[in-house]
Unconditional design. Structure first.
Length: 434
């Protein structure tokens, strides 16, 4: 049977209690599983068989792998058949990044347009198992959209705490449409996170941020599905955006569990990329510190990773160490250009996703990535999550103002600009160069 284990003091707890952190030391909790006789070839064979099954829980790219997920009956599972997201070759992005070949796994193709759905199906399912009627999260956008959708499917009331003026309207519109009660907090994401944790500890509300260990269990299936799509062949490197660090932590946990069960023979290198204005993990890694110093105020136009005090940093550090990984940081110009290049591959993504390609380019230039490596980069959100960013880049009007600094213009180095023409046929033909 699965159990909860504290990352710090190693105390074990049952999974049927409403716990987010360790009651003994406030450390982060992991869901752990016994290593039984079903491992290696048997797991791969079973999971491959389920891929062709018509059952809803098998069609889910999360619950297909339920031998390594928290226990739940089929009636308890809340699913939108999430997962099953594509692996796409990206030749223009590869050339831009300076590598021979680059594959992008686009988690923005999930039901609500981001990777959060993978964790929300397990989080909401656990809420149902515990009898919760109300759920809540702090969010810069994607978590709120996902939680609101899954809560609606489960018949639960959802509450979203958002930092005032710091959420892309595409994401906010989803939360509103799915019926969430949205509360704008005067402050940043870290203020919203502190408040939602306090409220959840004093009320029947069930918290669904990534501090909830059941959320990360769904997100770790990114590793399982990715390998299944590749015929269980391990890439050299996985590159992931770094915000609250739940996703990178979950992916590393997934690979580690497969390694322990003999499904894979080695860990791919975990590479986490952060935005320069929201890079506390990068600073910790560069300084070889053992404790993360929160960054306040955090800032970046890539709002999905605009987080200065990431709650999952101990788990992310564990993943980096066990995979011989690394951390890099990229600036706003690098993010914007990489996003435009990903778009030129016909793929597209939200700004936070583009840090992966920007980071690969930077690490190749520094000699830290070999151009011949087998690399999978994770895209976390759909291109329509933040359309204003995209339009402003291509119009040449994308700007940002770091805290205490003057407004800076992003150079639209790869712009696909509007062409203004009169409503006359000859003018149109001239503009079309026909």
């Amino acid at each position: 049977m699965p159990s909860l284990r504290c990352l710090s003091c190693k105390t074990n707890y049952p999974t049927h209690e409403k716990l987010y952190t360790c009651p003994a030391c406030d450390g982060l909790l992991d869901v752990t599983y016994p290593i039984d006789e079903m491992s290696g070839e048997r797991l791969m064979s079973l999971w491959d068989w389920r891929r062709a099954s018509p059952r809803t829980i098998d069609q889910s790219g999360v619950w297909r792998f339920r031998e390594l997920l928290p226990e739940a009956t089929e009636d308890e599972i809340v699913t939108l058949t999430e997962g099953n997201t594509q692996l796409w070759e990206a030749p223009r992005s590869a050339k831009f990044a300076g590598v021979d070949r680059l594959v992008l796994k686009h988690l923005g193709m999930n039901p609500t347009g981001s990777f959060k759905d993978l964790g929300m199906t397990t989080g909401i399912t656990q809420a149902r198992r515990l009898g919760a009627q109300m759920v809540a999260c702090a969010s810069t956008g994607n978590t709120s959209a996902s939680m609101a959708a899954y809560a609606a499917r489960a018949g639960m009331k959802s509450y979203v705490f958002i930092p005032s003026g710091q959420i892309a309207l595409g994401k906010l519109s989803q939360a509103l449409d799915y019926g969430a009660v949205v509360l704008q907090i005067e402050g940043d994401f870290d203020d919203a996170m502190r408040l939602v944790r306090e409220v959840a500890s004093e009320t029947p509300i069930y918290l669904l941020n990534s501090i909830n260990p059941f959320r990360l269990e769904g997100q770790k299936t990114i590793a399982f599905e990715l390998l299944q799509q590749r015929g269980w062949q391990i890439p050299d490197r996985i590159v992931v955006p770094g915000g609250n660090l739940g996703n990178s932590s979950a992916i590393a946990k997934g690979f580690r569990e497969l390694l322990e069960r003999g499904v894979i023979a080695r860990m791919p290198k975990l590479t986490i990329i952060q935005a320069e204005g929201s890079n506390p993990l990068y600073r910790m890694w560069s300084e070889k510190s053992e404790v993360l110093a929160p960054l306040s105020p955090a800032w970046t136009l890539a709002t999905a990773i605009k987080i200065g005090s990431p709650v999952s940093w101990p788990k992310a550090i564990r993943g980096l160490h066990c995979s011989n990984g690394t951390v890099e940081s990229v600036n706003e110009q690098e993010i914007a250009d990489a996003k435009a290049i990903i778009g030129s591959d016909g793929i597209g993504c939200e700004p936070a996703s583009a840090v992966t390609v920007a980071g690969i380019r930077k690490l190749v230039a520094a000699g830290e990535i070999d151009p011949g490596e087998d690399i999978v980069a994770i895209l976390t959100g759909h291109v329509l999550k933040d359309p204003d960013y995209t339009v402003n880049y291509h119009r040449g009007t994308l700007t940002y103002a770091p805290p205490g600094g003057e407004r800076i213009s992003i150079h639209s180095n790869y712009a696909n600009a509007f062409i203004q023409v009169p409503s006359e046929k000859q003018a149109l033909l001239s503009a079309l160069q026909l």
